[in-house]
Design a binder for this molecule. Structure first.
Ligand code: DAK
Length: 258
């Protein structure tokens, strides 16, 4: 498949998607989001792919939704057309683990897209922000909700009200990102992490993403019950038998994803 706004490639068992509109700092046009959805569909349905990485370039992951594309919208058009909703949330329902590799700007919709991924690894030059207030709007793709859950009310209010950017160190300190690497090495390092995940049982990995996500969506009691049921269910898989047999026999597990 040839894309116009992204580059999609396979590295071992990892699907790597690079947003590719460098002239506009990877602003997320409808074209980008449509193609991102197609690439995720394709990697999700390819059985050899065990994890997906979404990245931009060293200067910008994505500087937000494309402002020039939305500037003339009216309320009626945005509301009745359910403006940019249809193609924005594909990543949140991907069954395979998705990692955002963020170097440079992750602003507005860019920060929101990164937060929709299962986790974020940052380049040391990363800058996260929800600067929509400077455009007379507010976050519209979950920024006020996911950022608040990630970093807490005070920092989220601060960022959404002032539009200030958070650097990689602050983002790691606040729990928004899991690790930081030098920007120049970021993609290779994140692909290594993704490959490490891709070598696990795909069933267990997919269950991990579901149960961790449930922590955002439910009470503790319901979340723990959901986890318990998923945990019990894994005893019905060949991979559980293989994983535990391999441990006892002191050998590497040979996952079947069954
Ligand atoms: N859209 C369009 N073009 C953009 C852009 C954007 N978001 N960000 C940058 N560009 C373009 C600039 O216009 C410029 O183009 P030319 O002038 O060269 O043609 C080029 O990228 C380089 O940018 P700068 O010259 O500004 O570069 P600087 O290094 O000086 O500044 C910057 C970098 C990132 C600080 C600055 O470009 C900037 O402030 N950009 C805008 C950031 C921003 O406000 N982002 C939030 C946009 S609103 C929703 C889904 C998503 C959303 C809402 C709803 N639903 C699902 C309902 C999301 C909304 C947003 O993201």
């Amino acid at each position: 498949m040839t894309y116009e706004y992204i580059i999609a490639e396979t590295r071992q068992n990892v699907g790597l998607i690079q947003i590719n509109r460098p002239k506009v700092l990877n602003a997320l046009s409808s074209g980008v989001m449509d193609e991102l959805g197609v690439a995720i569909d394709s990697f999700e349905s390819e059985s050899s792919i065990g994890a997906i990485v979404i990245t931009g370039n060293e200067k910008s992951f994505a500087a937000g939704a494309d402002i020039s594309q939305m500037k003339d919208n009216t309320f009626a058009e945005a509301f009745m057309g359910n403006f940019i909703t249809s193609n924005w949330e594909r990543v949140t329902v991907c069954r395979k683990p998705v990692i955002a590799a963020v170097a440079g700007f992750a602003l507005g919709g860019g920060c929101e897209l990164a937060m929709m991924c299962d986790f974020i690894v940052a380049g040391d030059n990363a800058k996260f922000g929800q600067p929509e207030i400077n455009l007379g709007i507010i976050p519209g793709a979950g920024g006020s909700q996911r950022l608040t859950r990630a970093v807490g009310k005070s920092k989220s209010m601060d960022m959404c009200l002032t539009g200030r950017m958070m650097d990689a160190e602050e983002a790691e300190r606040s729990g928004l990102v899991s690790r930081i690497y030098p920007a120049a090495e970021l993609v290779d390092k994140v692909v290594e992490i993704a490959q490490e995940i891709a070598e696990k049982s795909q069933i267990a990995a997919s269950m991990v993403t579901e149960v961790v996500d449930r922590a955002y969506e439910s009470t503790l009691t319901e979340g723990v019950l959901f986890e318990r049921r998923a945990f019990h269910a894994l005893f019905a898989t060949e991979d559980q038998k293989e994983g535990m047999a391999a441990f006892v026999e002191k050998r590497k597990a040979n996952w079947k994803n069954r």
